[in-house]
Design a protein around this ligand. Sequence first.
Ligand code: RB5
Length: 157
Amino acid sequence: MTEGKTGKMRVAIGCDHAGLPLKEEILRFLADEGPQAGWEWEDFGVQTTEPVDYPDIGQAVAKAVASGEFDRGILICGTGIGMSIAANKVRGVRAALCHDTYSARMSREHNDANVLTMGSRVIGPGPARDIVRIFLTTAFAGGRHARRVGKLEQGGC
Ligand code: RB5
């Protein structure tokens, strides 16, 4: 699956200090499979384990996706929860916290999720690689789900 002006899927990835080990694993995964799969990516940081505030990175990646500059985002913190909350504050972002492959697939097919969040302290590298692969290759199913996602985009109650 390819998207965007370049014909490639553009992925923005970021983490906080707690998420750094898993982000480094996912960057190795993108380097392994990205060229053949047609993925381009940009690392929004952080690069050290110096404590930072996850909303800063989460919202930077989320805004980059919402603006259309990137097709998908991947955000990693200790649990994935803070990044999910932060990203979902940005209009146009549908962030999904996924620690299993079924949820990752459904987040794309049913929710058209455009940001994946994971917790470095929750999931190991092998399952995380599988989750990212599924998140980047599964298409939105559309149909009745498009109506529901449209209601999400109309805003809150
Ligand atoms: C940092 O200690 C931790 O709170 C953060 O990475 C994240 O898990 C928050 O949701």
